[in-house]
Design a binder for this molecule. Structure first.
Ligand code: SF4
Length: 489
């Protein structure tokens, strides 16, 4: 299917709408050949005093069209919205699909709803706004409402001069087939982790000096990856020691580490984390189905996950997150239901994060492009929403990604009081995230204007090491940003 756009100005939104219905649409400027067998064309034609908006569609015998007229001077955003709604309705009719977030293509629908509510809209009004204006499915509008309500209560923890520290460990023991992450395999690059940790500690020191000069307060810490626990116990000791020495303890008392995969977890490593003051770890099963785990290249079983949870519990970890993925190839609804109940009952995870499978361009699965998604993904995430909320978990952050099965969402659920503030802060862009390490993205937020500025560390560990001085120099941008943000204060 080809999308023809007569004007470039609506290109971004309309292309996003198209991608929700067609796997790999062609995008073309100009008008379609009327004799072509398939096309979708959107146009806004000035007619002196008014603008005629139209969407035309043809696929074989199916021919559909919609038109609307708006006054000249109507803001472009409104015209874009009207075209999006027309296109969504036509493509729904033609394909039988109803992407659940309607024409809302943004990646943070729950943040959007929370912002509306913070500006004075009631929860009912906000929910209606979603379903009526943006054609969001009522189930998703309700999920956004619940997520927004939990998130709004947590926003009070966020302070203007606060920041969260993110530390990146971009290594994994092997690459899972659905993942586009740039992690190197540790077997092959084992020698690099020592040098990497040493360099990272230097970057942390440099960055902490800037944060101290600016009087910033570190509220939470998050060590992510990759799989941080691929580091040896000694490397973890060095890294956590450097964080403590440079930044002190997080003022919100929240310190998270992605322990990720059981094939990297040992008692010695968990003890290092415990001693360092880590309060929350992730041990991620993705599914309780061993056949599916093997098929996606995870080198562990559900029993291995259970053993890791037992070990972590014995060592005193009382806040553990379990990631689950809906839509993995070979998985089905019954198996997924079992995974959800197992994570809540057997693992008794305090946090359960339900991801919908997303295939980025660089994943092995995407490269093979066979029948990749389980057809039940939508029912799976709906089931998780019902089951987890009935069991006392509440959704508290949510985000969407491009390339996700059925245009679904990822939702973090937590038992009240165990939410990870960092996840909310970063997903809802509530405060600055200062990030160190290869692939890390520092996101600075000016609380007066909501302006966001990013500073990137190079993606690949070898490049990061080769251009280390440049990485340190880039961090000076933090100082520049805050000096700019604090002008006239
Ligand atoms: S899914 Fe996680 S563990 Fe697997 S390759 Fe990606 S980052 Fe590593």
């Amino acid at each position: 299917m080809t999308l023809y756009l007569l004007e470039d100005r609506f290109h971004y939104e309309l292309e996003n709408i198209m991608r929700m219905f067609y796997w790999r649409p062609e995008i073309s400027s100009g008008a379609p050949d009327e004799n072509a067998d398939e096309y979708c064309a959107a146009a806004a034609a000035d007619e002196g005093g008014s603008v005629r908006l139209s969407v035309r569609f043809r696929e074989g015998e199916t021919i559909l069209s919609q038109e609307d007229t708006v006054a000249s001077g109507t803001p472009e955003k409104e015209m874009e919205h009207a075209l999006s709604v027309m296109m969504y309705k036509i493509l729904s009719e033609a394909t039988g699909k109803k992407p659940p977030f309607g024409v809302m293509t943004g990646i943070r629908p729950a943040k959007y709803m929370a912002d509306l509510m913070e500006k004075g809209m009631s929860a009912d009004e906000a929910e209606r706004f979603f379903t009526e204006r943006s054609l969001v499915d009522p189930r998703k509008a309700e999920l956004c409402r619940m997520t927004a309500q939990t998130g709004l209560k947590l926003r009070q923890h966020c302070r203007d001069n606060g920041f969260s520290l993110y530390v990146s460990i971009p290594f994994c023991p092997s690459r899972c087939s659905y993942c586009s992450f740039v992690s190197k395999t540790v077997e092959r690059d084992r020698s690099m982790t020592g040098r990497y940790v040493e360099a990272l500690c230097g970057e942390l020191k440099h960055t902490s000096g800037i944060a101290k000069d600016l009087g910033l307060e570190m509220q939470t810490v998050y060590i992510g990856g990759g799989t941080p626990t691929v580091l040896s116990a000694e490397e973890l000791r060095i890294l956590t020691g450097a964080i403590a020495e440079c930044f002190g303890a997080p003022t919100e008392g929240e310190y998270s580490v992605e322990a990720g995969r059981p094939d990297t977890i040992t008692e010695e490593k968990l003890l290092v984390l415990k001693d360092a003051g880590v309060t929350r770890i992730s041990i991620n099963p993705q599914t309780a189905n061993d056949t599916v785990l093997a098929a996606v290249g995870r080198r562990h079983t559900a029993a291995d996950i259970e053993r890791c949870y037992e070990l972590a519990r014995r060592l005193g970890f009382d806040n553990i997150n379990a990631d689950l993925i809906a839509g993995l190839p070979g998985d089905d609804l019954e198996s997924f239901k079992h995974s959800v109940v197992w994570a809540a009952e057997t693992l008794a995870a305090e946090n359960i994060t339900v991801h919908a499978l997303t295939l980025k361009r660089a994943s092995f699965l995407r490269e093979t492009e066979s029948e990749i998604f389980s057809p039940d993904a939508s029912d799976m995430v709906d089931y998780a929403q019902r089951e987890l909320t009935e069991r006392g978990y509440l959704p508290y952050y949510m985000y969407r990604q491009k390339g996700t099965v059925d245009s679904l969402e990822n939702t973090g659920y937590a038992k009240p009081g165990t939410e990870c503030l960092y996840n909310l802060f970063i997903m809802d862009e509530l405060q600055s995230i200062i990030a160190c390490g290869a692939g890390a993205v520092t996101k600075l937020r000016d609380s007066r204007t909501d302006r966001i500025e990013r500073i990137f560390d190079l993606k690949y560990p070898q490049d990061y090491l080769d251009r280390y001085e440049d990485m340190l120099a880039r961090k000076d941008g933090i100082r520049d940003f805050y000096e700019w943000a604090r002008r006239d204060m």
